[in-house]
Design a binder for this molecule. Structure first.
Ligand SMILES: [Zn+2]
Ligand SMILES: [Zn+2]
Length: 141
């Protein structure tokens, strides 16, 4: 995202615009799967000239989460919390039990089921969680 547009996003959320926050935001935008703070930190320090430490990444993610820009995922990578962009869309994930890689699944298989359930029970359905575990092609080799 252009830094001009980013400034608008930050301003709307009441976030002060800094180079480090821009870097973390843009990084999360590119990723489709939830990622850990450690991963962001490692990748950013590889490419960015900007010096950043891990606690800064955590603080930025925490801020973004509080402002609703980023979602803290229920999924974990090596026992660490993961984060993803809040695209405001409902998503599920496929998780490899061996390497913990996470693949987002397009669409929701439960939306029709929810509708039927709501009709038969007269519940107003609010949300559901679904996580599919498996072994990725790489780990099957
Ligand atoms: Zn795997
Ligand atoms: Zn769903």
């Amino acid at each position: 995202m252009l830094s001009k547009d980013l400034k608008v996003v930050f301003k709307k959320c009441g976030i002060k615009n800094t180079v480090q926050r821009q870097a973390v935001y843009n990084f999360l935008l590119k990723e489709s799967a939830p990622i850990s703070a450690e991963y962001i930190y490692m990748e950013l320090t590889k490419t960015e000239s900007e010096s950043m430490n891990l606690s800064t990444v955590y603080r930025i993610l925490d801020l973004f989460t509080r402002k609703g820009l980023v979602l803290k995922s229920n999924l974990q990578a090596d026992g660490k919390s993961t984060y993803e962009m809040n695209h405001m869309e409902h998503r599920h994930h496929l998780v490899c039990v061996k390497c913990n890689s996470i693949v987002p699944i397009k669409g929701c298989p439960l939306s029709d089921y929810e509708k039927r359930l709501s009709e038969s029970t007269h519940y107003k359905i609010l949300e559901h969680h679904l996580e599919i575990l498996g072994i990725c092609p790489k780990c099957q080799e």
